[in-house]
Design a protein around this ligand. Structure first.
Ligand SMILES: N[C@@H](CCC(=O)N[C@@H](CS)C(=O)NCC(=O)O)C(=O)O
Length: 236
């Protein structure tokens, strides 16, 4: 049985992390037996991040590496039926949402003073109230340093939104009138994109990114379709 370590639910989402949600969708699609183990603390994992899975005592970290494990273990290809050209686009799309849009979400949540108190209360409610302010202040500083290092933290909120607005339009254009990114059935890119769009719109104090996505019927219908088809039963 695979042990799947993930963040607890947050802001109405089954898990606080779009990467955990992606992994959850992949495990579900592959029909492999697994148990979910919620933890708020990634510090003891190999990359100090979640998701990780544990298989027969071996820990596998990072949703992309987990994907390879799942595809091997279940003898499936999440991109089955895609042409090489489509596979190229899929990989670029996954990189765009996971390495670009994701950091705009982090900046909206951790960097904006009106969102931060909500994030603090939801993500760190396991920390005793007496020391929560100090501990989370330290964690926030670290997160903002990471954002600065990554680059997203150096943009003004307006510049940040303009960057991701164009990404979101690219996603909408790719979806077009299809049910999923590459046609009538979900592929790996859908497992990355839909959880990231959902994460964008549930940030407690709505920022331009959330408003932009929510005002787009194509994107919202797409998110609903992926949720209905790919999210595990009972957590939607
Ligand atoms: N490339 C990783 C990204 C995972 C990731 O960024 N996880 C975040 C939560 S969404 C995390 O655990 N962050 C903890 C930290 O950076 O300290 C993957 O695909 O699994």
């Amino acid at each position: 049985m695979i042990k799947f370590y993930l963040y607890p639910p947050a802001f109405g989402e089954p898990t606080a992390s779009p990467f955990c949600m992606k992994t959850w969708c992949m495990l579900t699609a592959a029909n492999l037996p697994f148990e979910c183990i919620e933890t708020p603390d990634p510090r003891k994992t190999p990359k100090q991040k979640l998701p990780v899975i544990e298989v027969d005592g071996t820990v596998i970290a990072d949703s992309e590496i987990i994907r390879s494990y799942i595809e091997n273990a279940a003898d499936i290809d999440f991109d089955d039926g895609l042409s090489d050209h489509q596979r190229g686009i899929a990989r670029a799309v996954i990189r765009m949402v996971e390495e670009h849009i994701y950091f705009a979400i982090v900046a909206d949540r951790w960097g904006e003073d009106d969102n931060w108190p909500h994030v603090r209360e939801v993500f760190f409610n396991a920390i005793p109230k007496l020391i929560r302010g100090v501990v989370t202040g330290f964690i926030r500083k670290q997160a903002l340093r990471n954002l600065d290092g990554q680059g997203m933290g150096r943009y003004t909120p307006e510049e940040r939104f303009e960057r991701v607005r164009r990404d979101i339009i690219a996603l909408r254009e790719l979806i077009g009138d299809q049910d999923f990114l590459f046609g009538d059935h979900p592929t790996a890119a859908d497992y990355s994109v839909a959880p990231m769009l959902r994460a964008s719109i549930v940030t407690p104090i709505e920022k331009p990114l959330a408003k932009f996505i929510k005002s787009d019927p194509v994107l919202m219908a797409y998110v609903t379709r992926v949720t209905d088809r790919c999210y595990p039963q009972g957590v939607k």
